[in-house]
Design a protein around this ligand. Sequence first.
Ligand SMILES: *Cc1c(COP(=O)(O)O)cnc(C)c1O
Length: 390
Amino acid sequence: MASDHKPDTLGVRAGGIRSDFQEHSEALVLSTSFVYKSAAEAARKFANEEPGYIYSRFTNPTVTMFQDRLAALEGAEACVATSTGMAAVATTVFGLLKAGDHMIAARGVFGTVVPLFDQILSKFNVETTWVDPRDADAWVKAVRPNTKLFFVESPSNPALEIADIAALATLAKKSGAILAVDNAVCSPALQQPIKFGADLVIHSATKYLDGQGRVLAGAIAGRKDLVSGPLYQFVRTAGPAISPFNAWVCLKGMETLGIRMQAQSANALEVARWLEAHKGVQRVIYPGLKSHPQHALAKRQQSAGGAVLSFVARGGREAAWKIIDAVKLISITANFGDVKSTICHPATTTHARLTPAEREAAGIGEGMIRLAVGLENPADVCADLERGLS
Ligand SMILES: *Cc1c(COP(=O)(O)O)cnc(C)c1O
């Protein structure tokens, strides 16, 4: 597939491997291992002297198609898939860092990343400094001689803070560190961090790549020396490999990614504008709104605002829970990335494990509601919110 094709074309066509059966739709290859014609062929494949499939913890044709399609969409040299988004984050840090290393991570990253770095990675003597993704000076000050990794999510979830990816890439390069950007909220349909200098892009494919809330999956795309080197080595050795079935669901999901992200972003913008005009709402946080403090930066990095927005209800937790409890159409669930709209209260669900001080620093208040807008008609979504707001 020529890489000069447009993203919509790559989403549908990139990464196809057709077998001798000449199937049109990408095949789901459910096989643990692959066979050889001889002992010598097996030896050559194990020695990496001859390309080919060995065992599905290492490689699998359906997984290869998923990886190639995502690499094409991200503009990446290589991609390795993992069982979940958290497995992609864990593979990144355990594959790249060693005892004595230091990393800088943006506050307000996905909730589970915090205990992974602070409670598990710290046992291996890797220290994390947490900084505000918007504060360029704080990143400069946090750099140490042993800083090896910058880890950032943009926009962050649920606070929707935007990191200046190009500025961080410049600082990372100067500091001899690798910049990894979690792109789950935007997906490559709206933002390609590699274009702005990121070395690695991390995905929870569970979100928009699947797009319909069916499977858990993850991936890391980026520099070939890292992805096909230590990161792939970690996956095949430690074993957080993706199931071929899950890879297949995401591979097919990517065929509609571009059109879904455009439509869901347009719906989210409409709902955000409606919320902003509502007197029961104190504040709406959505990168696509002019009122977002980093709207200009978001417009530079993203082709649309995305489908996730947050808003702060007047009246704190009580008011927020009342809105959530009144919905009949929107699903009350902590997941996002679905064509079904979802709503949750981050302070008591996805980010409940943080201390109140950590939540405060991450911009997650008691009145905050996260809404991920799906493909329902936005008027129906607004009517559903109106019930608890009025
Ligand atoms: C969901 C999510 C993750 C974790 O992904 P899983 O597939 O649930 O393990 C990581 N980062 C972001 C931004 C996410 O939204």
